[in-house]
Design a protein around this ligand. Structure first.
Ligand code: AMP
Ligand code: MN
Ligand code: MN
Ligand code: MN
Length: 293
């Protein structure tokens, strides 16, 4: 296998942000690895929400296919009243404080599901928890997409987009964030595990450039070292500007599709081109040297 290039360039066949059935993705870890391989990717990370439960299965299939896989997770946190996602890249797996941290995230997700269910029952979706569980189709921790599907199935809203827009999106009744730990705590767990903390999709929090700068400052102060320069599809001018914000803080840049399910606009490895930049790619981070080979 070709080692990854020293800079961001067109030869990168990598995706460091994808979901499987271990959280809200549609493909099993095995199926996801097969799709990554079929699409010509060489280096990938499985980043299920608040869990690494799918990584062992993915690793078996990745090894068989000759794909390089990084243990990872997308952790939910809160910062100044906003839910923030942090991708933990974990070359040594879950270690130290992160082990208990992942347990705590699973419990937080459970308590949060009960609260979301109570709130949706108040708007007329009876047995909301059981309905969301049925949509999930397994005993994995529930997320808002499961409740969104339950709202659609019960005919309360016509589609997923309306479910988020009316009931589950930021600031709506079903957006329960009180259960997530502070951003600094999450970053601490990742560092304690010998991992690299990557701020996920910094352009998708609806923040002004200035507020995003404050978030990046706090993230770096907590020990965060990278952010996703490109997440799926985005405007090239915005990417250039974000690149500057990251370089100013000595951060590394990561890349990912945030793939959840086939059929949409995204597939593993599909994301906007990277404009020429001096930003260092996250695979140049010393702790990821083994992965980058
Ligand atoms: P949770 O992890 O429970 O907070 O749920 C967040 C997940 O919901 C995200 O990772 C997306 O997969 C999904 N999501 C967020 N907003 C939307 C939306 N507007 N339409 C569909 N899915 C969404
Ligand atoms: Mn998701
Ligand atoms: Mn996310
Ligand atoms: Mn994601």
């Amino acid at each position: 296998m070709m080692p990854l290039p020293e800079t961001f360039d067109d030869t990168v066949r990598l995706d460091l942000h994808m979901h499987s059935t271990a959280s809200d993705g549609a493909l099993s870890p095995t199926e996801l690895m097969q799709l990554c391989h079929a699409r010509g990717l060489t280096h990938v990370a499985l980043t299920d929400h608040d869990t690494i439960a799918g990584v062992a299965e993915a690793a078996t299939e990745a090894e068989r296919l000759g794909l390089r896989l990084l243990c990872a997770s997308e952790l939910s946190a809160q910062w100044r009243g906003v839910t923030i996602h942090v991708v933990a890249l974990l070359p040594d797996g879950a270690q130290g404080a992160l082990i208990e941290g992942l347990d705590a995230q699973a419990r937080a997700r459970e308590a949060r599901s009960e609260e979301i269910a109570r709130r949706l029952e108040a708007i007329g979706l009876d047995e909301a928890l059981a309905r969301a569980r049925e949509q999930a189709g397994s005993d994995r921790p529930l997320g808002r997409p499961d409740f969104a599907r339950a709202l659609v199935a019960a005919g309360v809203v016509p589609d997923m987009a309306s479910a988020f827009k009316k009931h589950l999106g930021a600031g709506k009744r079903g957006d329960v964030k009180a259960h997530w730990p502070w951003l600094s705590e999450i970053v601490g767990w990742i560092r304690d595990a010998g991992g690299v903390a990557v701020l996920a999709h910094p352009l998708r929090y609806g923040m002004t450039r200035r507020k995003r700068g404050l978030l990046l400052d706090d993230f770096v102060e907590a020990g965060g070292e990278a952010a996703e320069l490109v997440s799926g599809f985005q405007n090239p001018d915005t990417t250039r500007d974000l690149s500057r914000q990251l370089q100013e803080r000595g951060m590394f840049g990561s890349l990912g599709s945030d793939f959840h399910a086939p059929g949409g606009a995204l597939a593993p490895g599909s994301m906007s081109d990277i404009p020429r930049t001096a930003l260092l790619p996250v695979w140049r981070h010393p702790r990821l040297a083994r992965f980058a080979q």
